[in-house]
Design a protein around this ligand. Structure first.
Ligand SMILES: [Zn+2]
Length: 400
């Protein structure tokens, strides 16, 4: 019996065996394409007749195509199965407090087109704006079948689709899934951005295939943590697991949007860096930025690149505090891999060594967690949103 590692086992158990077999077949084809039906039967352990029926259905639905012939051992050369990456369109949405990015992607997380706009202050206005963008994507790509929408957001969503905690977004407790589905008319999956990024690493990351314990730390306006332990996404009571960004590390620290003071994200987030950079002279606008635009974290990255000592010191301090929090994650959870997502990874040559040194000097001897930055070029938060839809169809990333 092949071991199946479904990331959401509770959903899978309520499905019929045929649907589970379909997911397994799709996952194996995705990993091992091109492959023959005989290979698929061998690898899945399914009967040839079962494989044939599933493959026919997958070809009918357009998920799989039969392409060039492969080598034959004797007689007829088998036609090989490929995933039809062109066919399925996924709308990926990355909500951040200031801006929202929306992309149309294939099931291989390749982006076809993108849009971005300032995040509206109410969820209702957000739903209408997003529906308009999806409509424009549909109009531009009438050949693509829109399978669903994946939304990654800076907060936590419960099983019912209600926003239960999003202090940096300020939308209150709204049933976001119901609101967005009714406005857009497509199936929709919502997840915390860090959890979505952790799933994306399992699906699309370049890690050893046996990675089952992975932590993603998203560093943005706040800090989010996504936990994949024993191959499962950890959601916790009330879907609140992973809120390490709101662990208080200094009672006298700056006030936080969550209502406490001195949370980890008040020391190590982008916003914390901006506040530290401006320091006591916050009232004094940074020179050259009087045109109504306030200083952004990316400005600090650029200033550090040009040798600004204050910007360099700000990033070094941020790296130190990132390392402090990460050392707790590494000691407590022993992940095989810890990925860092966010603009700060662009300065990895500066911040990476400080983070790694801070962690290694505060963790147990023999700790082997690999601490790696994600490649900002892959747009990891959007890729996380793609994964939310991909896993609904494939659902068994570690098969084969
Ligand atoms: Zn907090």
């Amino acid at each position: 019996m092949r071991k199946i590692d479904l990331t959401n086992f509770q959903v899978a158990t309520s499905e019929t065996a045929r649907q589970i077999n379909r997911r397994i077949a799709l996952s194996i084809i995705r990993r091992s394409q091109p492959m023959s039906r005989a290979d698929l039967a061998r690898r899945s352990g399914m009967q040839r007749s079962t494989v044939s029926a599933i493959v026919e259905q997958l070809i009918d639905e357009g998920w799989v195509t039969e392409g060039a012939s492969g080598p034959s051992t004797r007689g007829r050369r088998p036609r090989l199965l490929h995933l039809n990456v062109e066919r399925a369109g996924i709308v990926a949405v990355d909500i951040r407090p200031e801006t929202t990015r929306v992309a149309l992607a294939g099931i291989d997380a390749r982006f076809v087109m993108q849009a971005g706009w300032p995040t509206p202050s109410s969820p209702e206005a957000f739903a209408k704006t997003l529906a308009g963008t999806v409509e424009s994507f549909r109009a531009a790509h009438q050949d693509i079948v829109f399978e669903g929408v994946g939304v990654s957001l800076p907060g936590r969503v419960n099983d019912e689709g209600e926003l239960v905690f999003a202090p940096n977004l300020g939308w209150g407790q709204v049933n976001l899934r119901r609101l967005l589905e009714s406005e857009i008319g497509l199936p929709l999956a919502l997840e915390n951005a860090a959890s979505a990024c952790a799933l994306a690493e399992l699906w699309f990351g370049r890690h050893p295939e046996n990675v089952r314990n992975l932590v993603a730390v998203t560093v943005s306006e706040g800090i989010g943590v996504g936990l994949l332990l024993n191959g499962q996404l950890v959601r916790g009571g009330g879907a609140m697991a992973g809120e390490f960004g709101h662990v208080v590390i200094d009672d006298r620290g700056a006030p936080c949007a969550c209502g406490r003071r001195g949370c980890w994200e008040q020391f190590a987030s982008n916003q914390a860096a901006v506040r530290h950079f401006l320091g006591r002279n916050a009232a004094r606008k940074h020179s050259g930025r009087r045109a109504g635009r306030s200083l952004q974290f990316t400005d600090i990255l650029a200033l550090a690149d040009s040798g600004d000592r204050r910007a360099v010191a700000t990033l070094e301090r941020m790296a130190h505090y990132l390392g402090l929090g990460i050392s707790a994650l590494v000691t407590g959870l022993a992940p095989q891999v810890l990925v860092i997502v966010g603009e700060v990874t662009a300065a990895w040559s500066r911040v990476g060594p400080i983070i790694i040194e801070t962690v290694s000097s505060r963790t147990l001897p023999g700790t082997s967690t690999a601490i790696v930055p994600t490649d900002a070029g892959t747009q990891p938060r959007l890729r996380g949103a793609v994964t939310l839809v991909v896993q609904e169809h494939f659902g068994a990333p570690n098969v084969a």
